[in-house]
Design a protein around this ligand. Sequence first.
Ligand SMILES: Cc1cc2nc3c(=O)[nH]c(=O)nc-3n(C[C@H](O)[C@H](O)[C@H](O)COP(=O)(O)OP(=O)(O)OC[C@H]3O[C@@H](n4cnc5c(N)ncnc54)[C@H](O)[C@@H]3O)c2cc1C
Ligand code: FES
Ligand code: FES
Length: 1294
Amino acid sequence: MWHLFLDHPLLVRLTGTKYACGRGGCGACTVMVSKHDPVSAKIRHFSITACLVPICSLYGAAVTTVEGIGSINTRLHPVQERIARSHGTQCGFCTPGMVMSMYTLLRNHLQPSEEQLMEALGGNLCRCTGYRPILASGRTFCVESAGCQKKRTGKCCLDLGGNDSSSLNRESDICTDLFVEEEFQPLDPTQELIFPPELLRMAKNPEKQTLTFHGERVTWISPGTLKDLLELKAKHPEAPLILGNTSLGPAMKSQGRVHPILLSPARISELSMVFKTSDGLTIGAGCSLAQVKDILAEQVSELPEEKTQTYRALLKHLKSLAGQQIRNMASLGGHVISRHCYSDLNPILVVGNATLNLISEEGTRQIPLNDHFLAGLASADLKPEEILESVYIPHSQKWEFVSAFRQAQCQQNALADVSAGMRVILEEATDTIKELSLSYGGVGEATIGAHKSCQQLIGRPWNEPMLEEACRLLLEEVSLPGWAPGGRVEFKRTLVVSFFFKFYLEVLQELKKLVKVSDSHHYPEISDRFLSALEDFPVTGPRGVQRYQSVDSHQSLQDPVGRPIMHLSGLKHATGEAIFCDDIPMVDRELFMVLVTSTKAHAKIISIDLSEALELPGVVDVITAEDIPGTNGAKDDKLLAVDEVLCVGQIICAVVAETDVQAKRAIEKIKITYKDLEPIIFTINDAIKHNSFLCPEKKLEQGNIEEAFEKVDQIVEGEVHVGGQEHFYMETQRVIVIPKAEDKELDIYVSTQDPAHVQKTVSSTLNIPINRITCHVKRVGGGFGGKVGRPAVFGAIAAVGAIKTGRPIRLVLDREDDMLITGGRHPLFGKYKVGFMNNGRIKALDIECFINGGCTLDDSEQVTEFLILKLENAYKIRNLRFRGRACMTNLPSNTAFRGFGFPQGTLITESCITAVAAKCGLLPEEIREKNMYKTVDKTIYKQAFSPETLIRCWNECLDKSSFHSRRMQVEEFNKKNYWKKKGIAIIPMKFSVGFAATSYHQAAALVHIYTDGSVLVTHGGNELGQGIHTKMLQVASRELKLPMSYMHVCETSTATVPNTIATAASIGSDVNGKAVQNACQILLKRLEPIIKKNPGGTWEDWIEAAFEQRISLSATGYFRGYKAYMDWEKGEGDPFPYYVYGAACSEVEIDCLTGAHKVEGSFIQGMGLYTTEELKYSPEGVLYSRGPDEYKIPTITDVPEEFNVSLLPSSQTPLTIYSSKGLGESGMFLGSSVFFAITDAVAAACKERDIVEDFIVKSPATPEQVRMACADRFTEMIPRDDPKTFKPWSIPIA
Ligand SMILES: Cc1cc2nc3c(=O)[nH]c(=O)nc-3n(C[C@H](O)[C@H](O)[C@H](O)COP(=O)(O)OP(=O)(O)OC[C@H]3O[C@@H](n4cnc5c(N)ncnc54)[C@H](O)[C@@H]3O)c2cc1C
Ligand code: FES
Ligand code: FES
C-alpha cells in the first residue's frame, strides 16, 4: 500500500518531512491535513503522522508539509523562525515534525493555552534538546500562562534573571535570556494558506460514486454512500474497513499482513454523526478519538456531574492515549473493533454499558460492548457483512460512580501496562453495593471483566472488609501466569488491586460530598494521610531558568564568541530545507539495499537458499560474504557472517533491489537453516559462570584495602544492576554509496560521527586504496556514540553491493532493524564492599563490575577502562580497589554511548554513598560532602587534581536549589502523606573529557578565503546537532575579526580534511576549534603586511591585494592534541586533558500505589536512562523493544516541572579554546540525581512501612521497580511464582 510518506518524498522532492519510526510513534513525519467536515460545514485542520496515512485516504483533503508554510528563500513562518531562534533545534531531525504540530495548533487556536501546546507536542519525540527550548518557542504564541502573574512586571524571577533578587545584584554579569522575543515576527493569520477552492467545491457537491484505486497488491475502494458501503461489505466480507489505519497499518507493516481489498468509509457522513438523547450519547464510529474527546468535553460541560461519570472517565484516558496525531487519525470504531488488550477506552466502555449499533444490508441491530465481544466470541461479534455504525454510551445516574486508571512507563504517549474501568452503583443513600463492574486491560489477551468477583460483592457495604475481600477475589479471577507476554507480571498483579484501592477511596470521597446533601448514612472516614492516593500527577509545562555568563561589555559586537548564537542550520531545520543523508535525490540507476539478519543467538549456518528471493521482480542481487573482494571485517567481528552467527540481529547477507519494497519482500524469501550451538550466553551472570570475557580485567588500586577494612566501624556490601540503553538517534543509520565510472572511485554519503573510519573500512573491504574513497557528511540526525563504529559496517556492505552491481546503493535502516542490529549502552552489574566509620567517613571501597559487551569487542575494552578510571567520581577515598571486565554474550555488540561507561559505573559509587548514609543514619548529602575531594590531591591513577571548581559547583547547586529548605519541605510532605512520597538528591560530578591517547586529540582544518572575501571553513568535526559548525565559525570570526556572515561550512569530507578522529568524547569542538584557530592565525599572519599598509581598507580590499601579491589564501590548521596516556601495568597516567564539573539537584514525587513518578529537575537523556528506557530481551536473546511503542524515551510531558540550569561563571581552563567545555557527555550522569531522588522517596516509604533496605539497586527506576519496592498490604497479597516453574517472557541481562 502506498503511504503518504514512505513512497513520496523522493519522488515529489518534498523531503522536509522526516521518517524515523514508521509506526506513528515519534511524530517526525507530522504534516497537517485539512478537510471539509460535512457535519459542521467547516474546514478541519489536524496533524497526522504521514508514515501511517495511506495516500488513497487523502482524496478530497489538502496536505500541508513543512515546505508549504515557509522557506528560507521566501518567507519564514513565525513557527519556523521562533523554534530556530529559541535554540529549539539541535540535530534538526525532529524539527519539521515539531513545527507542523505547532503550526496545526495555531491554525486551530491563534493563542493556545500551555495545556494545548503540551497536548499538541505530546506525540513528537526529540532526543537532543530535552524539549525545554522547543516549549519556550511555542510559549511565545501562548496566552500568558497563569504560572507567574508577575511576569513582565519586573518582579518575576524570570525578569530578574535569578531565583531571588539578591542573586541579581551579586551576579550582574549573568544572563538568562537566550533570545529576544520582541524581535520575532508576529503571527499573521491572514498570511496562511487557504483551503484549495477546488477541494471546497468538491466537498460541497460530493461525488456519490464509488472510487476505486488499484495498486500492485491492494485495491482501495471508497464508496460514496452508506448503501454502497454495505453492498461492498456484503460482497467482500473479509475486507477490513480502514479508518485511521493506526491499527491495521502497524500490523500490515510488522506482520507483513496483506489485505487485497480495503474498504474506506471516509466519505460516509452517517459514520460521523453524533446524537444526544436524554439518556445517553451516540457517537459515530467514524469520529476520530480527538473528535470524541471534544464531544465528551462538551457533554461534561453541559450536563450535571452525576450524568457524566463515564464521559469523565473516558476523557481522562483520551488525554493520555497516544499523541495528538494518533488521536486525530484513530477512529472510535477502529479502536473498539481492534479490541487491543491494552485498550484504554474499552474497559471504560464495558463498565459504562456501552452498546454497539451495527448495520448491514440486512438492517440494523445492537449488541452490548462486553467481555464476550472483546474476547471475539462469534456469538457476541459482528457478522462478516456488518459494520459498526456508532457507539451508544448511556449517562450515569446518581449513586453511580465510574473511574478509569492506567499505569504506563511514561505519563503520556505510552501503552498502559494495566488499564482499568470501574463502576459501582450504590443503593440510594446507603453504602450497599447494588451493581459493580470492573474491567481490566493489559492483563490478558483481551480486555477482561471480573464478573465473578463483582457478583460476590453485591449487597456488601462499601468498607474496609469489602476492600479486603474484593482484592482477594480479584487476584483469583484476574490471574496472570508468570510467563505472561509483556512480562512485569507481579507489577501488573499489584496494579489490579492497587487500582481497586484507589477506586475504593475515590468513591468514599465522592460519597462524602453527597452526604452533605443526604446525610442519612455514615461512611468510613479517609485519613488525611491517605488522600494523596487520589491525586493524579498533573501534566504541566516545565519552567526554568538558564543562567550563563554574559560577554564582557568591551567585546566587539561582531565577535560572536560567548554569545547564544542560533545553530547555523536552525532555520533550515525548521523549514525542512536542511538535507540529511536520505534526502539526497535518487541517483541514476540507484538500488536499495535491505539487510538479512540472524534469527538465532548462537548457531552454525548450515545453508542459505537465495533462489526464491532472486526470482522476485525487481531483485537485482543478494550480497553475501563471498562477494567481499577484500577483508570481511575482523576475525571476531565479521561484516557479513560466515558459517556461524553469534547473536540475533547479526548481518548475514543483503538484498539489492530496484525499490526498498521489493528488497523487503525478498528478504522474507531467503531461507537460512541453522544448527544451534552451545553455549548460549545472554546474562552477565552466565558469562561469569562460563568465563566468557572479551578482554583482560582492568584494575586500579590505591592504599591498602584489606587492612583498611579491618579498621572500620562498619562494612556494607551491595549490588548494582544498570540496564542498557538504546541511542535512539532520530535519524536511523543510513548511507548512499555511488560508484564512479573511473579508477574505482567511490563517493559515500553517510550519517556518521567518524567518516575516516567508514573510508578506511570500505577501503579494506574492497581492497582499494583509501584515496579512491570520499566520505561526505553534511549533517547527522543524532549520534550519541551510536554512529562512531557502526556506520563503517553499513558503508562497507553497501560498497560491496555497489561494486558488484556497478550501481549506486542506498541503505536506510528501519527503526526495528536499527535497534535490533546496532547495540547500545553496556548493561552493568557491580558489586561493592564499602568500609566506613560511624560518622560517615569512608575508609575503604572495593568495586568489581562487569559490563555486558555483547558478541564482539567493539569499544568494550575502552568502555571498561573509562569506567574504572572514572569510578571514584568526586570522592577522595584513601583505600580503593576498582576492577572491571567486559563479558562476551550472544547479544548484539554494545558500543560507544554518551558518557562511555561513566553513567553506569558511577551509579555504583553513588549507591555506596546512599548505603553508607542509611547505615549511619545520616543524609546522603552529608556523606557526599564528607568524602568529597577537599584539596589539591592525586586521583586513583595519580593524576594531579584540584577540586576547587568541583566544590564551587556543589556549593552553588546547594544554594541555587535551596537544597536544605527543600529537604525540610520534602520531609514535612512525607510525614503528611502515606501514598505519595517525595525524594530529593544532590549529586556531584567530576567528569574527564577526551581520550586517553594523544593521537586521538589531533585535529585539522582547512580554511580558504575566496577573492570576494568570503571564507570557507572545513574541519574534521561532524555536525551531530551539537552545533560544531556554528562554533567553528565563531572561532574563525573572532580570529579573522570578520562577521560570521562572511563564512560558510559546507560539509565534512575526507577529501578536504583527511585522517580525522571520531567526533566523540566531548572533545570535538575543542580540538577542531584549535585547528580552525591555527588556520585562521596563519592566514591573518600572511595578511598582516597588507593590512598594515592599508589599515583603513576593507576586508575585500585586503583580499584583493593579497591575491594580486600572490599570497596564498588557503591554509591548513593543525592541532597536535593534548598530552594524554595511561599505563595500566603501573596503574598510573595522565589520561585526560581536563575535567568538567557539575552538580545536580532533583526532587521527585512518587505514587506508591502505581510507581508513577514526577520529576522536578534533571537532564533528560540521563533521566531516560535511569528511569524509563528499558530494553527487553526474550529468553532466546531476541530484542523485543524495537520501536518507540516498546522503548520509552522521555516525551515532552516527562520534562521536569521546574528545570534550572546554571553554567558556572569565571571557570576557565587555559587548555581549551576560549574556555570552551566538553559538555556533550557529562550531563548524562547528572540525570542520576533523578534516580537518587526516587531512591530517596522509596526509602521514605520503606522506612514508614518498616521495610529493611536490601542494598540491591536496579536501574532504570521504572514505575514497576518503584511500585514493587514500596511494599505494602497489596504487594503482600499478590501470588508469587517460583521462577523455576516457568519460562519468563523476558530475561534481565545486567
Ligand atoms: C503510536 C500509537 C500509539 C497508540 N497508543 C494507544 C494508547 O495509548 N492507548 C490505546 O488504547 N490505544 C493506543 N493505540 C491504538 C489506537 O487506539 C488504535 O490503533 C486505534 O484506535 C484504531 O483506530 P483506527 O481508526 O486507526 O483503526 P484502523 O486501523 O483503521 O482499523 C482497525 C480495525 O477496525 C476495523 N474497523 C474500523 N472501523 C470499523 C467499523 N466502523 N466497522 C467495522 N469494523 C471497523 C477495521 O476493519 C480494522 O480491522 C495506539 C496506536 C498507535 C499507532
Ligand atoms: S516516522 Fe511517522 S511517527 Fe515516526
Ligand atoms: S533536535 Fe530533536 S531529535 Fe535532534
